[in-house]
Design a protein around this ligand. Structure first.
Ligand code: CUA
Length: 151
């Protein structure tokens, strides 16, 4: 009779291990670092959210900016947001490796074709923030810039 209990117990433990291992694999697949989120660089225009680049209010003074980078521009360009806004940038490149640096902040990221880059930044100080490409991307690299205006 006690054998039956032990059998049941060990079977239960094996099941528990299997579930834990399966869950771990699942959790790893669900939560990769953001830069490992993939996108087909040939189909950026047809792939959500990049089929609709732009700025969208998602909360009280909280915004989502879906942006594509392409030689030698940022789309959308010249964004305007209110002071104190928390902005979630979702970025990808449509061609080569670009950079996304916001002068006067800690934002400085690589934006690669085939990957989705996500950055959150809060803009407390009003002013014009220069956005620069800081990865050499070709002849027009030096002019690849835009601004974020915080009012
Ligand atoms: Cu884009 Cu340099």
């Amino acid at each position: 009779r006690s054998e039956k209990i032990w059998l049941t117990l060990s079977f239960g433990m094996i099941m528990a291990f299997m579930i834990a291992a399966g869950y771990q694999t699942f959790a790893l697949e669900m939560g990769p670092p953001s830069h490992e989120e993939r996108i087909d660089p040939q189909k950026v225009d047809q792939t959500a959210p990049f089929d609709q680049p732009g700025i969208k209010q998602i909360g009280e003074n909280e915004y989502e900016v879906v942006m594509t980078l392409q030689i030698f521009s940022f789309n959308p360009a010249n964004i305007e947001i209110p002071a104190g806004a928390k902005v979630h940038f979702i970025l990808t490149s449509k061609d080569v490796v670009h950079g996304f640096e916001i002068a006067g902040t800690n934002v400085n990221a690589m934006v690669m074709p085939g990957y989705v880059q996500k950055i959150t930044q809060t803009f407390d100080e009003p002013g014009d923030y220069l956005v620069l490409c800081n990865e050499y991307c070709g002849a027009g690299h030096q002019v690849m810039s835009t601004t974020i205006t915080v009012k």
